[in-house]
Each structure stands twice: as structure tokens, then as C-alpha cells.
Design a protein around this ligand. Sequence first.
Ligand code: ADP
Ligand code: ZN
Length: 624
Amino acid sequence: MDKYEILEKYYGYHSFREGQEALIDHIMEGKDALGIMPTGAGKSVCYQVPALLMPGITLVISPLISLMKDQVQALNQAGVHAAYINSSLSENQITKALTFAGQGRYKIIYVAPERLETERFFRFAQAAQISMVAVDEAHCISQWGQDFRPSYLHIVNFVNRLPIRPVLSAFTATATGEVKDDIVSVLGLKSPMTLVTGFDRQNLFFAVEQVKDRSRYIRHYVEEHAKESGIIYCATRKNVEKVYELLTEEGVAVTRYHAGLGSEERQRNQDDFIYDRKSVIVATNAFGMGIDKSNVRYVLHYNMPQSMENYYQEAGRAGRDGEPSDCILLYSAQDMMINRFLLENKEINPDFTAQELRTIRERDENRLQTMQFYCNTKECLRAYILRYFGEGKKEACGRCGNCQKSYLEKDMTKEAQTVIACLEEQRERYGLGVVVGTLLGGKRTKLREYHVEQYSSYGALRKCREQEIKDLIGQMIQEGYLRQTADKYGLLQTTGAAQELMEGNCKLIVKTEPKSSLAVAEKEIVLKGSAGRYADILNRRGLAFFDTLRELRREIAREQGLPPYLVFSDKTLVDMCVRLPMSREEMMEVSGVGAYKYKQYGERFLACIMDYTGGMREKFYFEE
Ligand code: ADP
Ligand code: ZN
């Protein structure tokens, strides 16, 4: 079999996505590879397809038990022999799994990094033919990453002790330059191919809403999306409880997740959500790592997260199946304070020196500020995100929340010139806080220490509100007149383009929201994402049929003890509604129906379609 046949047979997909093929080809040449792709891009296919093509076993290093379980279930569903070995198994089960593995029964074995350090596992690996070691969530290897896992550092020892060096591949969704370098050097990748695919998630709708009453918004939104699966993130446990109660009172099938709950309850609640027994989960950011649920239709943020990295990762849990989904952030100015408090009190590795600690704090503060810029920008949100992740300047997308709003425009070229003059006379030595303080004529101790009152720009923008100046600077960065150094200091500097602005060759137009538009915007967004989500492709009957197929999926999932999305994804069900397959052949054309899945479920779905349409496709399509 070649890679195309494998994709077709086991996954039921007809073509590779961006980047997948290049990585697979490279790996098949026996070379190391690093894939940096956003959540939902399809990293698993990049190592699973080679795993099935290579002669021996592939070990997949994965940080979380839930992640391994999900992946192995998905593989087994597709007809691939795979297993995991981790601490959720008893000693007996581990012995059995290792015996089977030794007999070559599994092509793919998922393990936690700690497992590699055990002698018993090493003995197995030494005797087996290991073709590849694939490191999932590879950013865990870096001290700079958000989820550093010390045992990731030992992967390379394990690999070096093997009699034959297997191919090494690594995958992650978040990798700044530092993290990328760490992955390559710590894992000892040999002249790897590093492939970064676009971070754009076309199917996600992004919006930021500054609504007066967040509870009302959430209630309204969830009601409008009653049958859909969604996550609501809050910054604190207290907020989780509050939103959870609010929705419970409304009679929503809702559950919750935060570190204050016992581990059993957390597991139960998570399962309720994954198995579609509860449609909504309200959670802190403790929830989500390792959740591969593909039919999450919306992610709402009740509070602003602490960084763009966090936000994109959390929001990115929506729409993994590629179907339209919403990512809406409800922003309130207090979120800054809550987050500062959380950051100041977060647990930090006690081995860090005072200097390292300071660096981390400053970095945290800068990330928080960038997040706030996102919440306040009036420009295209998608373009903002993509630029943040290093994809250069982008056109406005035309379909995010900001692109769809109408704004009042105000010429702030003069004020922008004042900002530039201020930076110049301060010789670009300060970060946002000091610059804004200077322009406002502030009197804080830090400002006095720097003697900012000596500058002619001191107090020059006294008549503006602090937030207005911050937004202005944020926009100047976005439009390329200023930049902020990427180091811990986050110094504001002018670029070549600033001169153009100084000379009046171009204008800086700031957009503001007309007061009355808030309520309108709220309503529009709520409606936008609702059942109308599929309105372009499915008519009223199609939508009703989608519900029927969902019901059948739930029934099968219950019988099999599987999360429904592992039976078929939402995308597959929508495709069935569109095509209305009436034979085995037609069913195999549906995206996500592979040979093995057809054998298990194909006929039941065919029967359901025949039953519903009476075998008359045309009638079903055209009759309203
Ligand atoms: P990641 O690990 O990058 O977040 P996954 O590997 O979980 O992403 O894949 C996300 C979804 O996309 C899964 O439902 C997967 O089956 C699907 N997918 C992957 N590759 C393809 C493809 N070539 N065509 C269609 N769907 C795909
Ligand atoms: Zn846009």
C-alpha cells in the first residue's frame, strides 16, 4: 500500500492537507522531521501514515494519558492495531501489553516519556524493531514552553541507547523561535526538515465582545446553540462556579472542570462532555490539554486569557473537524487585574534564580499586554493573530467580528506624531508603561525615577484616556510604525515607516465603536453562529436529518462505549446529509468513511438514510 491508499483505507480521506505529504515523504526517506502546525491541522496523520508504511514499530511519546487513550481508540476504530502503555494500566496489563508488543501485534504504541526510563520498557525496545520515535506535543521539552515536562529531556538518552537509531519526528502547535531551537537541539534531531504550516484556521470565526452583561450574553448564546457542543473558559474557579450555576438554572446540560474538584469528579465531568452527555463544559484553563473532541462548535472566553499562545490554543479546540465554529472572547477591562494577580501568584519552579524569575515575570507581563491589544484592536482579528504567530502582514479577512462591525473613524495622526516624538526624545529606552505614563503626565514613583518630566512630550496627551493611548500605540505597532522588542523589556521603537507619519505622508485613523452598536453587535453574533451554521449547505430538511444522524451516532457510541465523534465526525455527518449516499460505493465517497469504519457502521447509516428519504434523493433535495 502507498500513502494515498493508507489515507483512504484507514481514515476515509481523499487527499492530504497542507504540509502532511511533505513531512510524510521526508520521514519515509529515513530523515528526522519537525512539524509545527496549529491545532486541528492534522499532525497525527503525519506520523501515523509513515508508521503504517514502515516495517517496524513506531513509539509515540505523548504527555497525557487522556490524549493517548483518545488516539488509540481512534486508531482502533480505523482498524489499526495500536496500544498505549501508561500508569493507568495495572502491572498485569502492562506485562500483557509488552508481551503483545514484543510479538509485533501493534504498529503504533503510545507511551508517556517517564516510561522510557524504566528498564523493563527499555528491554522490550532493545529487542523490538523500532522504526520511528514520534514526539507529540514536543514543546514540553523546552523550559521556555508553557508545559515543560522534565522527563522529555530523557527521550534522547533512550534513543541513543537503542541498537539502531530510529527516525525521530517531533510535532507541536506552539513553537516560538526559542522553543523550536530547544526541540531540535535537545532531541538531537539530525538535519531535520522543519515544516511550519499556516496558522490560519479558516473555519473559525473570531470575535471580541465588550458587553456590559457577560452572563446575559452567555445565557443567550448557549440557548441559541442548544444542540451544539461548547467550552466556556473562565479565569478563576469562582467564575467557573458562577457561570456553571447560571446555566444550570437555565436548564442547560452543563458540566464544569477546575483544579478545585476531586480528580474523580473531574474525570467524570470531562467524560460527560466528551461523550456528549453534557453539551457545555465551563472550565478553567486546567481543562483541555489532551482533549481531541472534534465536534466542539464554540469556545467562549468569559475572561481574557493570559497570552495569545494560551488564547489560540484554547480557542483552537473549536472546530477540529474543519466545520464552521465560533471563538468569542468576552473582554472586560478588569480582566487585566485578575490576570496580573494570577500571574503574580502562579507556582514557579523554585530552582529559578532571582534573575530568571524577573525575566519570567517581565515576559508574562508583555504577553498579557499583547493579549490586551488583541482585545482592543479594531482591525481584523485573524490578521492580528497570524501576524503574532509570525506570518507577516495580512489582509483583513472580511469575516471576523471586527471585519463585520461598523466603526466611527477618527484621525489621530497628530497624537501618533506625539508618540513618535516622545520615543525619539527618550531614545527608545522604555516600554509601554513608561511611555504612556510620560504622555499622560503621570506621577508614579517609577516615572519620577526616570525623570520623565524633563521631556517636552511629558503630559502632551493629557487630554486622552490611558486606554486610548494604549490602543493608539497598539495600532501603530500593527500598522508597522512601531515595534516592540521581543525580549523581556518590550521596548517601544520606531521603524522606518514612522518617518512617513511624521512628515504627514500618511494618516493614522483610529476606529471607535459607536455606543449604540453594542447591543446590535451582540445580537448579530449570537445569530450568526447558530443553526444557520450549516444554512449555506443544508436546507431545513437537511438540518433535521443531520439531527437524526447525530442521534444514530449517539446510539452507536453508547453501545460501543466510545465518544460519538470517534464513530464519525460532524464533518462526516454533514457530508452524508449533502450526498445522501445510497450504496456502499457512494458511502465510501463520504469524507471520513474508511473501509474499516464502513464495515462497522456503514450499513446502519445507509439504512437510516434509506429510511429517511425513502430512497428518493431528488425528492429529498428539492421538496421543502
Ligand atoms: P492536531 O493533532 O494537529 O490538532 P489531528 O491530528 O487531531 O490534529 O487532526 C484534526 C482533525 O483533522 C481530525 O479529525 C483528523 O481526522 C482530520 N484530518 C487530518 N488529516 C486530514 C485530511 N487529510 N483530510 C481530512 N481530514 C483530516
Ligand atoms: Zn477579519
